[in-house]
Write a protein that binds this ligand. Structure first.
Ligand SMILES: Cc1cc2nc3c(=O)[nH]c(=O)nc-3n(C[C@H](O)[C@H](O)[C@H](O)COP(=O)(O)O)c2cc1C
Length: 541
C-alpha cells in the first residue's frame, strides 16, 4: 500500500486518543497489579557479559553534554560501552515507600513503565566475536543473543563504531494507559535517544539515527518477526543509531548490514505477565507508521552551537545521575532568572550539534510557553519557533490577535499574549498542579497534517523529537538547580482552542514543566546498583 494511504489510520489513532475535558482516551480505568508487565526484559538462557560499573565520574563540565569535540575520544571497548550505557539507560536509584520498592533510570518514562529496550550490534571487541546483545539495565549486563556472521568471504569490515537499536514493548504502557500508550512509548524513545546522545558525547563519540534501514529489516535483524510473542507482548524495532568516535559513512553502515547473515536466535525473551488486554488500535497504528527506510535530510540549524556561557555547579555526570521528575512544585520559590530561562530555551534549539544532530529530520516541533514566574519577564503565553521556515504559517494559522512581539535577536521567542496562565496551564494538563505551580510550563506544537499526509511514518518521529526536547529540558532544569517533569496527560483540543488551532495543520503532542521541587521526604532512596554489590561478580556469567 502506498505510504500516504496510511494517513487516515494515523489521524484516526491521533484523534481517538485525545483526552477531552469531559472524557479521557480509552484505558482500563484501573490498575491490574497482578498483571503489571515486568519492566525488565531478560533473555534468561543467553550468555551474559557483565559490564563494569563506573568506579568514579570523570567530573566532566556541564557544557560537555553538548560538545563532544572538547572531549578526549575514548577508545570503543567494553568498559567504555559500559559507561556509555550506565549513564544513559542504566538505573539511577531505587525508591521505597512502605512495602513498595521501585527502580528509577537515567532515562525517564511515562508512568515509570519503561517500554524502551536497547540492543547493540557489536563488532568483534576485546577478543570476542561480533554479536547482537541486549542491554539489561537491572543486571547492567549484555545478554548475547547471537553472533553476527558475514554472508560474504572475506567478511566485510564493519564501519568504525557500533550499532544500537531501540525497540518498544507497547504493552508495558498500554497496561496502564490503554490506547494513548503508543504516544507515550514514542515520547520515551525520544527521551532515550537524548539520554544516549548526551552520554555518547561524554566519551567524545557521535550518535546518529541511521534511517536508511526500514523498520521491517530491523525487526528481521532482531528476530522479532520470528518470535511467538505471548498476547500483546510483541516488541517492535523503532530505530537504528550508529555510535562512533569518527565521522560515519552512512553507505558503509548500510552495506555492512546487508553483508550480514540473518542471525539465528536460540533463546526466547521472558514473558512479562500472565494475562493481557488487547488494544488493537496500538498495533494497527504501529503497523501503519513503519518506516520504509529513507535518506537523512540536512537538518536546518536555527543558530550555530555556542556553549560558552553554560555553567552549573554540577558536573555533567551529576546532572545525568540526579535527574528526576518533580512530583510537586513550590509556587513560592518556583522562579527563574531571565538569563537562565533564555539559556534553557537556547539549548532546545537545533544548532547542528548534540543532541539534535542525532535526528535525520526536522525540526518540526515548536514550544508554546506559559511563563509564570521568570524574573524581568511579563507572565503570559509565548512561542519559541524552532524552525524559522514555519514562522509565517504559525502566524497565520494560530489566533490572529496574538501580538508576535519578538524578544531579542538571539532567540526566536515571541510574546503571543500577556496574562496569568497558571490556571489554564494546570487545567489543560489534566488538572495537574505541576503545570501551574512552576516557573514555566509549555506545550509542544508539531507540524502535523502537511507532513503526515505525505509520509505517515513520520508520526512516531514527531514524538521522538518532542521526547528529545523533553530530555534537554530535564537536564537543563537540573543544571540550573531546578527540576522538570514531562507531562503526557493533557487535554489536546483545549490547548488547541487556546492557541486557535482549528484543524490538523498543527497538533499539541507533549507538555513539560520546570520549577523548584518539593521533595517527598517519606520516600527512601537506595543506590542504583546496591543489589549487584552484594554478590561477587563473575565476569563470564
Ligand atoms: C513521556 C512522559 C510523560 C510523562 N507524563 C507525566 C504526567 O503526565 N504527570 C506526571 O506527574 N509525570 C509524568 N511523567 C514523569 C514520569 O512519571 C517519570 O519520568 C517516571 O515516574 C520516572 O521517574 P523519574 O523521571 O524521576 O526517573 C512523564 C514522563 C514522560 C517521559
Amino acid at each position: 500500500m502506498p505510504d500516504n494511504d496510511q494517513y487516515p489510520a494515523v489521524l484516526h489513532y491521533h484523534d481517538s486518543t485525545k483526552h477531552h475535558l469531559n472524557r479521557y482516551a480509552r484505558s482500563p480505568g484501573y490498575l491490574d497489579w497482578a498483571n503489571q508487565p515486568n519492566p525488565f526484559r531478560f533473555f534468561e538462557a543467553s550468555p551474559k557479559l557483565r559490564l563494569p560499573l563506573m568506579d568514579h565520574d570523570s567530573a566532566s563540565s556541564y557544557a560537555r553534554l553538548y560538545d563532544k569535540d572538547k572531549t578526549q575520544k575514548r577508545t570503543i571497548d567494553l568498559a567504555a560501552i559500559a559507561a556509555f550505557l550506565e549513564l544513559s539507560m542504566g538505573l539511577s536509584a531505587w525508591k521505597r515507600y512502605g512495602e513498595s520498592e521501585w527502580s528509577l533510570r537515567m532515562n525517564p518514562s511515562s508512568g515509570n513503565l519503561h517500554p524502551t529496550e536497547c540492543t547493540l550490534l557489536l563488532p568483534a571487541l576485546d577478543g570476542r566475536p561480533a554479536c547482537v546483545a541486549h542491554y539489561n539495565p537491572l543486571l547492567h549486563c549484555l545478554e548475547v543473543r547471537a553472533e553476527l556472521q558475514a554472508r560474504t568471504t572475506p567478511p566485510m569490515r564493519n564501519p568504525q563504531g557500533f550499532g544500537l537499536i531501540l525497540s518498544s514493548i507497547y504493552w508495558r504502557e498500554a497496561w496502564k494507559y490503554g490506547e494513548r500508550a503508543l504516544r507515550y512509548c514514542n515520547l520515551d524513545v525520544g527521551h532515550a535517544l537524548g539520554a544516549l546522545r548526551f552520554s555518547a558525547n561524554l566519551s567524545g563519540w557521535g550518535l546518529r539515527l541511521h534511517p536508511e534501514v526500514g523498520d521491517k529489516q530491523l525487526d528481521q535483524l532482531l528476530g522479532f518477526d520470528r518470535i511467538e510473542w505471548p498476547d500483546t507482548e510483541e516488541e517492535q524495532a523503532d530505530c537504528l543509531c550508529w555510535v562512533s568516535d569518527s565521522k560515519t559513512d552512512a553507505r558503509a553502515v548500510s552495506e555492512w548490514l546487508h553483508s550480514l547473515k540473518t542471525p539465528q536466535y536460540p533463546n526466547a525473551p521472558n514473558q512479562l505477565c500472565a494475562e493481557h488486554h488487547p488494544w488493537p488500535i496500538i498495533q494497527d497504528t504501529a503497523r501503519s507508521t513503519r518506516s520504509p527506510g529513507f535518506a537523512a535530510t540536512r537538518v536546518s540549524a536555527n543558530q550555530a552551537a555556542d556553549n560558552a556561557d553554560l555553567v552549573s555547579e554540577l558536573s555533567a555526570e551529576q546532572i545525568i545521575r540526579s535527574r528526576r521528575s518533580a512530583q510537586a512544585f513550590d509556587p513560592q520559590t518556583s522562579r527563574i532568572g531571565l538569563r537562565y530561562f533564555r539559556s534553557i530555551l537556547k539549548q532546545t534549539l537545533p544548532n547542528g550539534a548534540a543532541p539534535f544532530d542525532a535526528l535525520p529530520l526536522g525540526p518540526d516541533v515548536h514550544l508554546a510557553l506559559f511563563v509564570h514566574e521568570v524574573e524581568d519577564m511579563q507572565p503570559g503565553m509565548y512561542m519559541l519557533v524552532r524552525n524559522p521556515d514555519h514562522l509565517s504559517a504559525l502566524r497565520t494559522q494560530l489566533k490572529l490577535d496574538f501580538t508576535w512581539e519578538p524578544l531579542g535577536e538571539d532567540l526566536p521567542l515571541y510574546l503571543l499574549q500577556a496574562g496569568d496562565f497558571r490556571a489554564q496551564a494546570e487545567r489543560i494538563s489534566c488538572q495537574q498542579a505541576i503545570a501551574g505551580n512552576s516557573a514555566f510550563s509549555l506545550a509542544m506544537l508539531a507540524r502535523f497534517e502537511p507532513l503526515l499526509r505525505v509520509a505517515p511514518w513520520r508520526y512516531p518521529r514527531l514524538y521522538w523529537e518532542a521526547g528529545l526536547i523533553g530530555q534537554v529540558l530535564y537536564l537543563e532544569a537540573e543544571a540550573k538547580g531546578l527540576r522538570g517533569t514531562g507531562i503526557g496527560c493533557f487535554f489536546d483540543d483545549a490547548m488547541h482552542e487556546l492557541l486557535g488551532v482549528k484543524d490538523h495543520d498543527w497538533q499539541d503532542i507533549y507538555h513539560f514543566t520546570v520549577g523548584a521541587p518539593v521533595e517527598d521526604l517519606r520516600i527512601q532512596t537506595k543506590p542504583a546498583y546496591h543489589h549487584l554489590m552484594a554478590v561477587p561478580q563473575n565476569p563470564e556469567k
